[in-house]
Design a binder for this molecule. Structure first.
Ligand code: NZQ
Ligand code: ZN
Length: 455
């Protein structure tokens, strides 16, 4: 186990009726800015409960924080905070409202252009106090100190954070789950599941307890997903869903272990480029990332397959592959599409765009070994993404997929796809009974063709 420090100061108020406890958590004389999103809180009863709990305090409302909160919108709230001398902020919403609020409390007293907090990765050590009422389990933002903000002007989505950005408290009432639409429930499951994977799918670090907690969260999410989708008013399922999402990203399971956040970094770019829901970008990226980094991750992938999906037969490689396949099957069972080309026709530009972005930012190596370079990022996004969905049989991979892809592709892309299919390492892996590592064919044929044709 690696050395670590762990401190999480956020107080959690969990359960039915807990919104009423706001009254004792916020100072009586506070001038409160209440932030929220597009209006869901006004139709599901949350707004009324919050207003009742705040009692006679002075409240100024700032609604309209959009999913993937934007710098442009948030700067309007910063102005209000400055002119109205706000001294406490209450976020009522999902990850976007909470993240947006973290930006506000960091930006309000920031002595420069607030975008620099994101652009220059300025850590926030001290900020205006804030609390949250969570309405959408997913991001873990209610119990962590990170936030992600989008700037439309430059098509950027960047992260910020620091110890000053933990909420003072967060109210987690699972009854809010019953008004969440299916699309957002699925997003929540996928986002939280991926958070766990990114703190787990690296290499064995002798952190047995962290592994078991991470596995417990994933097993719980697999168990609750069909139940909350079938019936969001199932309180037992909703409460387990909500607490799993919080536990997935409150810092606990990443202590003492290596982590790999490349999926999120790539995913943020896909949201910035195509406005794809955050969680869906993760479902697009991580299965491909595990294929590309298979050799480095296969021990944990095999452990995951054994413990989560009960895969008991086969070699390490076979179990690891089964772990990826089973996860993709799980995503598909939730109705999630796992290829970029299923979200946009304009997918071909993504790899090169993100490669350049990461290179410009100096992100030379992501992942637990710092070896996911910008060109590897391109490989993850571009090659597997367009060509080989996970879990296809030999027959489909060889005969049906090439025909389908060639038929589906845009004209200029057809030749490239054709080569990709026949240079696909999975194809050759199959021929070699899954024992064919990164080979001459892979490097010479596949990489050269891709690099040349996708210039
Ligand atoms: O805006 P309203 O009207 O409230 O509707 C929202 C929004 O349209 C709706 N919703 C929320 N609670 C509801 C509800 N609808 C009905 N009933 C309810 N109880 O759901 C929609 C999506 O909300 P949003 O807050 O955008 O979703 P989510 O919680 O998934 O947050 C996504 C954002 O969080 C960031 C993402 O990048 C993205 O910008 N993340 C933040 C992280 C963090 N701070 O640690 C980590 C994550 O990985 C993620 O990057
Ligand atoms: Zn996420």
């Amino acid at each position: 186990m690696l050395n670590f420090e762990f401190q999480n100061p956020t107080k959690i108020l969990f359960g039915k009726g807990q919104i009423a406890t706001l009254n004792k958590e916020i100072p009586q004389d506070a001038k409160v800015l209440m932030t929220y999103g597009g209006g869901s809180i006004k139709t599901n009863g949350v707004y009324e409960q919050v207003i009742a709990a705040l009692g006679s305090r002075t409240i100024i409302e700032f609604g309209g924080i959009e999913p993937n909160p934007s710098y442009e919108t948030l700067m309007k709230a910063v102005e209000i905070m400055r002119t109205e001398s706000i001294d406490f902020v209450l976020a009522v919403g999902g990850g976007s409202v909470i993240d947006g609020t973290k930006f506000l409390v960091a930006a309000v007293d920031y002595a420069g252009e607030p975008w620099d907090i994101l652009r220059k990765s300025v850590r926030t050590f001290k900020a205006m106090p804030f609390g949250t009422v969570l309405t959408l389990p997913a991001t873990g933002s209610e119990m962590n100190s990170g936030a992600v903000i989008t700037r439309h002007e430059t098509q950027e989505k960047l992260s910020m954070g620091g110890p000053g950005l933990f909420p003072k408290f967060s109210v987690l009432d699972p009854e809010v789950v019953k008004s969440i639409p299916k699309r957002q429930l699925v997003n929540g499951v996928v986002d939280a599941y991926t958070h766990v994977l990114e703190q787990y799918m690296t290499y064995p670090a002798g952190a047995w307890l962290q592994d078991r907690i991470a596995e417990g969260i994933m097993q719980t999410l697999i168990e609750v997903a069909p139940r909350i989708i079938a019936d969001p008013s199932d309180y037992t399922a909703a409460s387990n869903f909500m607490w799993s999402c919080t536990m997935a990203l409150n810092g606990l399971i990443q202590k003492g272990v290596p982590t790999d956040w490349a999926t999120h970094m790539i995913g943020h770019e896909l949201t910035a480029l195509y406005n794809i829901d955050h969680a869906m970008t993760l479902a697009i990226v991580f299965p491909q990332l595990y294929k590309v980094k298979f050799e480095h991750k296969k021990e944990k992938l095999a452990q995951y397959a054994e413990r989560i999906w009960n895969v008991s037969a086969g070699t390490i490689d076979e179990k690891a592959q089964a772990g990826i396949d089973k996860t993709v099957e799980f995503l598909h069972s939730l109705g999630v599409k796992t290829r970029l080309s299923e979200y946009t026709d304009d997918f071909a530009k993504a790899g090169g765009f993100i490669e350049n972005r990461f290179a410009e930012r100096g992100w030379k190596g992501l992942g637990e070994r710092r070896d996911i370079t910008p060109s590897v990022v391109r490989e993850i996004v571009e090659f597997y993404q367009c060509i080989v969905p996970m879990g296809l049989s030999w027959f489909k991979t060889f005969l049906l997929l090439p025909i389908y892809r060639l038929y589906e592709a845009k004209t200029w892309f057809r030749l490239k796809l054709f080569f990709h299919v026949f240079a696909n390492p999975n194809t050759w892996n199959f021929l070699k009974n899954n024992q064919f590592p990164k080979s001459l064919i892979y490097y010479c044929h596949f990489s050269a063709v891709i690099l040349y044709l996708s210039r």
